[in-house]
Write a protein that binds this ligand. Sequence first.
Ligand SMILES: [Mg+2]
Length: 367
Amino acid sequence: MKLDGVELRWVEMPLRSPFRTSFGTQTVRQLLLLRAVADEGEGWGECVAMSEPVYSSEYQEGCADVLRRYLVPALTGEVDGISVVPRLKKYYGHRMAKAALEMAVLDAELRARGVSFGRELGATRDRVPCGVSVGIMNSIPELLDAVGGYLGEGYVRIKLKIEPGWDVEPVRAVRERFGDEVLLQVDANTAYALADARHLARLDPFDLLLIEQPLDEEELLAHAELAKVVQTPICLDESITSASSAADAIRLGACQIVNIKPGRVGGYLEARRIHDVCAANNIAAWCGGMLETGIGRAANVALAALPGCTLPGDTSASDRYYKLDVTEPFVLDDGHLTVPAGPGLGVTPLPEALEEVTVKTEWIPLA
Ligand SMILES: [Mg+2]
């Protein structure tokens, strides 16, 4: 396959309600969509970088810049999905930008071959159980309303975002209101220090599935130390940047569970390698989310259908975040989403919906 070029598309998706985490509040999801145009057809990619470098070092304009300046121009001549990231090896970092480009090329290739993302990645299920991520709220009653609403919609697992000052009490309140049967976990997005170990151990009585990324992403040994004090299983997210870092974290005892984020680890093929490392080590894995549109969501649902993704992911329905998705919406069916079976991502952006959220586009031609 030969690329003619790649179109970058800046979109702004208004969120149905503000989403607050320990690193900030989002009201609009700004992201970059990529459309790879090749001699054999088109493919779509989605870059998960936020508009500011507050979750990771990458950000939307930085990704656009590295894509136009270095990454897209490197893909001259014959290219296919599996060759994209190796060909970009000389350019350090920028995993989110690389992931988006790999995804667009892979989608174009798979559409041309008539193979779905799920089939290519090795999915073994045609539907996946879905969890939902619940942001930090202004009050406990507001949180209980939100959690009650999601449980009513059928979500099979609840994840509460936590930070110092919003941890033990919200968890206690949710357990007291909704009972011990609810699958419940928390995500700190690096908001704590090892010195908080005894405080975090106060979450142990609530029988949580896991506590996600309590400490800074570079503090693998500190997570291993924390695991000696806290009984709740530790899950790493931000710390897992590759299959190699996942293998190290597991060997060090820094995590018992891994959250795989394809858009953050350099693509779906690296995400599958992380899945394989986890499976080989009997470490449970699940697919996280970055407030993707239906484009990224389609691929995430395919990854979540791999056999080693044994816990419900953050692969929520489209209406968890957006009134209007850019593809046909993903709709919850008895707490599950169907894995798209069509070629490539199995979904295609709807021109009108896409137009409505597009801020600007840019065409990067390949010589
Ligand atoms: Mg997380």
